[in-house]
Design a protein around this ligand. Structure first.
Ligand code: GDP
Length: 196
C-alpha cells in the first residue's frame, strides 16, 4: 500500500520521551483485543504481531516511520472503563497527554469491533477527544466476522451515535485484517496525510 516500508522508530512511556514533532502522524486507539495490532501490521506490512497488549500491563506509545513522510502511532489499548475508572492508570494519563497535546497528530483512528460497536469506554474517550477538537475517525474492525447486512446496520447505528461528537470525521470505515477488506482504502486515506 505504501512504496516504502514503515520502520519502528521509538517508544515512549513518559511525555519526556515523545519524539520531536517532525512529521505528520496518525494514531490508532481502541479497546484491548479490538484488532489494533492486526490492523497496524496489515497497513505497515510488518507481518508480525506485537506482544500482548492487555490493560494492566505496562504500556507504551510506539512510533513507526514511513520514509521521512509520516508516522503511524500505536497507542495503548484500553479496558472497560477509561477516564471514569477510580484510578486513572498511568498509561491512560500518558495516552491522554499524547492525544490532547500533540500538534502534529492529524487524525486518530478509533477502532470498534464491528460486532459490538460503541462501548462506554469508547464514549468516554470520544467525549475527551471531541472537547479537545481532536479529529477522530471510527474504523469498524473484524468485518469478516459480521454479515454484510449486520455491518450495514452497525454503520447506521454508529453514525447516528456519533452525531453528538462534532470533531468526529465521517465516514465510518470498515476493515478486516483477515481478508484485508478495506485495508487498501484505509492505507490510501493515511497516504493523504503524508508530507509531500
Ligand atoms: P489488539 O489487542 O487490539 O491489538 O488486537 P489484536 O490485533 O491482537 O487482535 C485480537 C484478536 O482478534 C486476535 O486473536 C486476532 O487474531 C483477532 N483479529 C484481529 N483482527 C481480526 C480480523 O479482522 N478478523 C478476525 N476474524 N479476527 C481478527
Amino acid at each position: 500500500y505504501f512504496h516504502s516500508k514503515f520502520v519502528y522508530v521509538a517508544s515512549a512511556k513518559s511525555k519526556e520521551s515523545f519524539i520531536p514533532e517532525k512529521l505528520p502522524e496518525v494514531a490508532f486507539i481502541g479497546r484491548s483485543n479490538v484488532g489494533k495490532s492486526s490492523i497496524i501490521n496489515a497497513i505497515t506490512q510488518r507481518g508480525q504481531a506485537k506482544t500482548s497488549d492487555k490493560p494492566g500491563f505496562t504500556q507504551s506509545i510506539n512510533w513507526y516511520e514511513l520514509g521521512s513522510t509520516l508516522y503511524i502511532v500505536d497507542l495503548p489499548g484500553y479496558g472497560f472503563a477509561f477516564a471514569k475508572s477510580q484510578k486513572v492508570d498511568q498509561w491512560n494519563q500518558l495516552t491522554l497527554e499524547y492525544l490532547t497535546t500533540r500538534k502534529s497528530l492529524k487524525r486518530v483512528f478509533l477502532l470498534l469491533d464491528a460486532r459490538h460497536g460503541l462501548k462506554e469506554s469508547d464514549h468516554e474517550i470520544l467525549e475527551i477527544l471531541d472537547k479537545e477538537h481532536v479529529k477522530t475517525q471510527i474504523v469498524l474492525t473484524k468485518g469478516d466476522l459480521v454479515e454484510q447486512k449486520e455491518i450495514a446496520k452497525r454503520f447506521t447505528l454508529v453514525t447516528e451515535e456519533l452525531k453528538k461528537y462534532h470533531h468526529t470525521q465521517l465516514p465510518v470505515i470498515s476493515v478486516s485484517s483477515k481478508t484485508f477488506g478495506g485495508i487498501p482504502e484505509l492505507a490510501s486515506l493515511i497516504k493523504g496525510f503524508k508530507l509531500r
